[in-house]
Design a protein around this ligand. Structure first.
Ligand code: ADP
Ligand code: MG
Length: 228
C-alpha cells in the first residue's frame, strides 16, 4: 500500500535576480514499510524534496498524497495535524529544544497532537517507550547539552516515532556524526523499520548506507532515477 506519493513535483526558488529550478517533475511512491535512500550531490534538491514530501513546503506544481489525501489541498490546520500524526522528521542537526530534557523533547509531538501541556502517566509511558526503543531510557532527564551527538540523534528519532507515524523522513541523519556513531544510527533506523514497520526515507551521501535500503533513488538535474 502506498503511504506517501509525489506526483509531478516542480519547485523553484527565486533569489534577488536568479531563479533556481530545483525540482523538475518528480514522481515518487513510498510504500508502507519500505526503506528508500535518496542520494545526489549537494544542492541537488534532496532537502527541498523531503520538505515538500513532508508537508513543510508547498510545491509550485504537482501533488503530494498522504494516505490518499492531497496534502496541499488541506487547510493549514489539517495539514499540520496530518503531518504531526503520520510523518516523522529526523534532521542532520537534530533540532532538539535545548531547555527541555530528552523525555520532554520526545513528548512534544504528543503534546501538540493531544493539545495538552501537562505530563500524565500515560504520556510519560509513551515517551519512555519511545526512548527505550532507541536505547536511551537511562537519559530521560538529560538535556541536549548533556548528550553526545549520537544520543542527540537517538532522541530525535524517538521524537519522530512517538506518534507512530506511517513514514519517517530523515535528512542526512548521520551527516554530523563520526562513521561509527553514524553506522549505529543507520542500524537503529533499519532495525526500527523491521520491528515497527514504518517506511523510512533516508537522504544520504553514503553509498554503503544507501545499499542497505530496499530502494535507491538518485536526484539529478531536478529529476529522480531509480537504481534498484
Ligand atoms: P540538497 O539538500 O540536495 O543539498 P537543497 O534542497 O537544500 O539541496 O537545495 C537545492 C537548491 O535550492 C540549492 O541550490 C539551494 O541553494 C536552493 N535553495 C534551497 N532552499 C532555498 C531557499 N529557501 N531560498 C532560495 N534558494 C534555496
Ligand atoms: Mg540538504
Amino acid at each position: 500500500m502506498t503511504c506517501l506519493k509525489a506526483e509531478n513535483i516542480y519547485k523553484s526558488y527565486t533569489d534577488t535576480n536568479r531563479r533556481v529550478d530545483v525540482l523538475k517533475g518528480i514522481n515518487l511512491s513510498i510504500e508502507a514499510g519500505e526503506t528508500i535512500a535518496i542520494i545526489g550531490p549537494s544542492g541537488a534538491g534532496k532537502s527541498t524534496l523531503l520538505h515538500v514530501l513532508g508537508g513543510l513546503d508547498s510545491p509550485d506544481r504537482g501533488k503530494v498524497f498522504l494516505e490518499g489525501r492531497d496534502l496541499y489541498r488541506l487547510s493549514d490546520v489539517e495539514r499540520s495535524a496530518a503531518r504531526n500524526r503520520d510523518i516523522g522528521f529526523v534532521f542532520q542537526f537534530y533540532h532538539l529544544l535545548p531547555e527541555l530534557n530528552a523525555l520532554d523533547n520526545v513528548l512534544l509531538p504528543v503534546f501538540i497532537r493531544q493539545n495538552v501541556r501537562q505530563r500524565t502517566p500515560e504520556l510519560v509511558e509513551q515517551g519512555v517507550a519511545s526512548l527505550r526503543e532507541v536505547g536511551l531510557v537511562s537519559r530521560l532527564d538529560h538535556k541536549p547539552g548533556q548528550l553526545s551527538g549520537g544520543e542527540h540523534q537517538r532522541v530525535a528519532i524517538a521524537r519522530a516515532l512517538v506518534n507512530r507515524p506511517k513514514v519517517v523522513l530523515c535528512d542526512e541523519p548521520t551527516g554530523n556524526l563520526d562513521s561509527v556513531t553514524g553506522d549505529a544510527i543507520i542500524d537503529l533506523l533499519l532495525a526500527l523499520n523491521e520491528k515497527v514497520g514504518q517506511a523510512f526515507v533516508i537522504v544520504t551521501h553514503d553509498e554503503h548506507v544507501a545499499a542497505r535500503c530496499h530502494r535507491i533513488v538518485h536526484v539529478k538535474d531536478g529529476q529522480l532515477t531509480d537504481q534498484k
